[in-house]
Design a protein around this ligand. Structure first.
Ligand code: TXA
Ligand code: MG
Length: 318
């Protein structure tokens, strides 16, 4: 975008969808909601547009991007989908699962999308709104979460503007994201490997795969997935996990029936907690709290993704 131009606010109606698609086709940067978090989209076949994503987010270029597509056929046009990928797609797409697959040879994708790897991450997002933008744009759309690199991911249009206003062409406001944590990332370039816990619980993947997938990259030297960068999703204040007491100066981000400044879910419901996680971290961040204590969250189902994000939020900063 031209420096100093204003970021357009688009509504989630036919005109907003059409404008978002036009901007994407023209090489623009458009933030839009998915079921997980808001993504910062650009035409994945356009080197300049993809380069601008890295610039706007301040994102390291060795960190590859997820390509978003309106359906499985469109995904199969950019990635090699074997029987296992097809089975997972049938079970979880549209939805919060990203598959890392061999890149289709001779494809149109900008090499920047994969940061030099011969694989590509693909996903078909769960909301009709996101798929309408993708279908209408007619191009594969690279979209990381629409936040400055390393900060809390956005689950509302206002969060996107708080981090990226004036740095992107438009944001389409579709309200709050229902899932609230990013997609689960599963690599199928070798045996199944879970690269990031997310909106599809590992237990659900296991039902299709026949066993729990191994975790982490198979080549420890390879730039694997997300937030393998330890500090990520970080509010400005210090974060202390598994807090069962409150120390001087701390506010409590609670889970379950505890007395707290904010509560992820009073009922102890992990789906609700995931949906509230980034919203509450954004609120505590905006309020300028210097020290945030977080109640223990059980390590099962969506709790795995919640704890992963909390551990990175609490990790020592550079
Ligand atoms: O829910 C989501 O996945 C959101 C929404 C917008 O779709 N997107 C998202 O993108 O979380 P991002 O860029 O914040 O995280 C994607 C992660 C990257 O950190 C990267 O490490 C990993 O996916 N990734 C992308 N391509 C990969 C590849 N070829 N191999 C391994 N990991 C890859
Ligand atoms: Mg992100």
């Amino acid at each position: 975008m031209t420096e100093g131009r204003e970021t357009e606010r688009l509504a989630s109606d036919a005109a907003g969808i059409a404008r978002a698609a036009d901007l994407l086709r023209g090489g623009g940067l458009v933030a839009f909601p998915t079921e997980t978090v808001y993504g910062l989209g650009a035409d994945a076949t356009d080197d300049r547009a993809v380069a601008r994503i890295f610039e706007a987010k301040g994102r390291p270029r060795f960190n590859p991007l997820i390509v978003h597509l309106p359906d499985t056929d469109a995904a199969a046009a950019v990635a090699e989908m074997g029987p296992q990928a097809r089975a997972l797609a049938a079970a979880f797409w549209p939805g919060p699962l990203t598959l890392v697959l061999p890149r289709r040879a001779g494809g149109l994708l900008s090499p920047l999308v994969s940061a030099g790897l011969d694989s590509v991450a693909v996903r078909v997002p769960g909301t009709a709104l996101a798929r309408a933008i993708l279908a209408r744009s007619g191009v594969p759309v690279a979209a990381p979460s629409a936040n400055p690199s390393g900060r809390v991911s956005p689950t509302e249009a206002a969060h996107v503007l708080a981090g990226l206003d004036g740095r992107i062409d438009a944001v389409l406001d579709g309200g709050a994201c229902a899932v609230g944590v990013e997609s689960t990332i599963l690599s199928l370039t070798g045996g199944p490997r879970l690269l990031r816990h997310g909106g599809v619980p590992a237990e659900a993947l296991a039902r299709v795969l026949g066993e729990m997938p191994a975790e982490g990259a198979d080549d420890p030297a390879a730039p694997s997935a997300p937030g393998q960068m330890a500090s990520h999703y970080a509010p400005r204040g210090q974060v202390r996990l598994n807090a069962t007491d409150l120390r001087p100066g701390e506010v409590l981000l609670g889970f379950g029936s505890v007395e707290a400044e904010l509560n992820l879910s009073r009922a102890g419901d992990l789906t609700e907690a995931a949906a509230m996680l980034f919203r509450h971290l954004q609120m505590l961040d905006r309020a300028g709290h210097a020290a945030i204590a977080v109640s223990p969250v059980p390590e099962r189902g969506l709790g795995r993704a919640i704890n992963d994000r909390l551990r990175r939020a609490a990790a020592p900063r550079e």
